[in-house]
Write a protein that binds this ligand. Sequence first.
Ligand code: ADP
Length: 492
Amino acid sequence: MKYVLAIDQGTTSTRAIIFDKRGNIIASAQQEFRQIYPEPAFVEHSPQDILGSTVAVVGEALVRANIAARDLAAIGVTNQRETTLVWDKKTGKPVYNAIVWQCRRTADFCEKLRREGFAEKIYNKTGLVPDAYFSATKIKWILDNVEGARQRAEKGELAFGTVDTYLLWQLSKGKIFATDYTNASRTMLFNIHTLKWDKELLRLFDIPASMLPKVYPSSHKFGFTDASYFGSPVPVCGVVGDQQAALFGQLCTEAGEVKNTYGTGCFLLMNTGGKAVKSRNGLVTTLGATAGDKPCYVLEGSVFVGGAVVQWLRDEMKIISSSEESETLANSVKDSAGVYVVPAFTGLGAPYWNPNSRGTITGITRGTNRAHIVRAALEGVAYEVCDLVQAMEKDAGVKISGIAVDGGASKNGFLMQFQSDILNCSVKRPKLAETTALGAAYLAGLAAGYWSGVEQLRKNFSADCVFTPAMEEAKRLALLNGWKLAVARCRL
Ligand code: ADP
């Protein structure tokens, strides 16, 4: 009996999950690690923590499953995207901490790029808007700020990688220097149309080409882990960025299929097949994982505050004592009595792009109670997602008939039903919530021949719940109209 192991190296923790052929979880292990804030808007991770936590959770999961590394048919790696590491090719020693996707240290440089008119060129090549999230300006920062780094890079001594590449390098003791299309597409250096690193962008960001890993499909035999780590070598056959992993884990493998993850923020991704769809509504175009050699194209939009509004109600406002209570309270009233919560704590993202907006509550009367506020906050998340879906529909020129959902807040049945009502489409929640790890496992198992194809994976899928719209059209339109007015107020 063989198994597939997924490593999910996330922003706050690293997990290892072992799956069997039916896609059942056999065992898992998780470790949180340090967040390093050297200055207010700077976020870093220790490369040693990233590697150490990975090795530890894989070992622990194997022990819990009571199996050995030789019982693994393959490992799949999924990771926090964009986070940037630079290390010495000889020693494997990082020259600086990992600069995390959230880190804003290069925001001024990105603003300068926009002012100088580079936004369109960058978008046309990479599908991204110039922003500090993406790896390119983080690499440049390391080369410009770490003593001697630029000279060493120019001599070909340094390597760059996102977290997947760093893990592959370390776990293979320098034998694998590779990434996949989905991770490469988040660096702002990769041309998503030619599927090559872009020479012109490398010049713009002053990054030597010798630093870059080779780029392969997400489902590919990358090589083996060194026997010293897990007892015997294990083939690594899958590499994929976390959001694209969830899209594949949800089996959104056909053009037009959409998933939304309700975590701290929300990430909406649509598979657009072989066609790179240009966005006119503030979404990005990126690469998605497939079982084959060619990646698919994906439209992606995100809202900054999703499940985080529930944490705010619990931790700052203290009007609920647990996340689950938000559902009970929301269901205790028949509607939000005209109250709207716009959770724009850090500004409004797509499709509004108004960084100066702030959270707003409208429609409060003498009769408003905490249940109305809690309900309106959950509804606010659903409205934000609805705005994203509508932007995506406009860009892609299709009507979305259903979305697949996952992430912590997708457990909230009230939120899911309201989402279905307000979108007027079905909302499908799988039984297995670990879609990110599952996606990485699927991609690895397909390349290893553990699974025969996507059709076999579909047989594994079982829906936990499908929410279908049950709201009258007139009411839906009236509620959406109220939301538009609330957003307009918060943008003043
Ligand atoms: P991340 O991967 O971004 O850390 P998770 O997918 O673990 O996020 O989801 C955590 C988020 O889900 C938190 O913001 C939390 O407030 C929210 N959440 C968890 N359970 C519920 C619930 N029952 N109802 C609403 N929100 C919830």
